[in-house]
Design a binder for this molecule. Structure first.
Ligand SMILES: [Zn+2]
Length: 307
């Protein structure tokens, strides 16, 4: 397992920042940390580059606030990779140093740090009154309501804000009675309206990743296609990811079928992109299930970076 900087604790912004600085200083030769953007409330969105600058793969977690277990998963994995490189260790029979020399990995552990803060620490830490009002703000007084929050701090669902089938997703939101800011499901006023969405879009335009994986929770399932934009190799890659984790493959239902990061990535670059729903049970997935989940996903995480 890893060397002990990243702990199995809720990854709120204070912890994430502390772990990020500690990893950057311990592994300064191997890890390059950058701030690729800022959330609505000004929190840094970090990206970790590990290994070669060529043939990069992107892992993105923490898109939905209550799915913060994905941020912990990616931080924990990043530490294990760095530790393996530093000590020439093999993981899952893979020489990690060589793997990362032939193609690098970029990790965005938390794309939506404000949403995570709301889910972990409640509305007080999120200055929601600056952006939200009326009934929604009133509902945010409930700790349980906040715990299940998915959107960013102004009530836009980041994974409904990408420029891929956005109009269709907007129509679906309207059908579901979501006409404005909400704890989940609101597309925003126009595609890529949110700073969190822009941060990852700009990074992808700049880096041209060979494929990407977005981590959500929960369901133990992998989504791998998007309309006619799915490249042929995506299916076989998805099957390998599924085999290594014993997760199942699925196709999204209509209400989750567009305007997401994986959808935009496939349409824009005609390259494979996957959504992996980690863990089972209720969301937020409790920390007590973390080790089991991590052990089951470890090989898939290595394989996703190696393919
Ligand atoms: Zn999600």
């Amino acid at each position: 397992m890893n060397s002990g900087i990243v702990r199995i604790e809720p990854p709120d912004f204070a912890r994430m920042t502390g772990w990020t600085h500690a990893l950057a200083s311990k592994y300064s030769g191997m890890l390059q940390v950058s701030v690729i953007g800022r959330s609505v409330l000004g929190r840094s969105i970090y990206a970790f580059r590990i290994g070669s600058r060529r043939r990069q793969v992107l892992y993105c977690g923490g898109v939905h606030g209550r799915e913060w277990i994905t941020s912990l998963l990616l931080m924990y994995f990043a530490e294990e990779l760095l530790d393996a490189c530093a000590n020439s260790r093999v993981i899952c029979e893979m020489d990690i140093g060589r793997l990362l020399e032939s193609g690098g990995l970029t990790v965005i552990p938390a794309l939506n740090p404000d949403g995570i803060e709301i889910s972990v620490n409640g509305a007080d830490r999120a200055a929601l009154g600056d952006y939200l009002d009326g009934e929604l703000l009133e509902r945010c007084r409930s700790a349980e309501f906040c715990r299940r929050w998915k959107s960013n701090a102004r009530g836009v669902d980041i994974n409904r804000n990408f420029d891929a089938g956005w109009d269709d997703m907007r129509a679906i939101a309207m059908e579901r009675g979501i006409h404005g800011p909400s704890s989940e499901g609101w597309t925003g006023e126009f595609p890529v309206s949110e700073p969190e969405t822009r941060a990852v879009v700009e990074l992808c335009e700049e880096t041209r990743f060979r494929h990407m994986v977005a981590f959500h929770s929960q369901g133990e399932v992998i989504y791998w296609n998007y309309r006619r934009f799915t490249p042929p190799r995506a299916h076989i890659m998805a099957r390998m990811l599924a085999l290594s984790s014993d997760y199942s493959l699925s196709e999204p239902d209509r209400t989750a079928s567009s305007a997401g990061l994986k959808d935009w990535f496939m349409e824009r670059f005609n390259a494979p992109a996957f959504t992996v729903e980690v863990g089972s049970g209720e969301c937020p997935v409790p920390l007590s299930g973390f080790r089991f989940m991590y052990n089951r996903l470890r090989e898939m995480l290595i394989l996703g970076a190696a393919m």
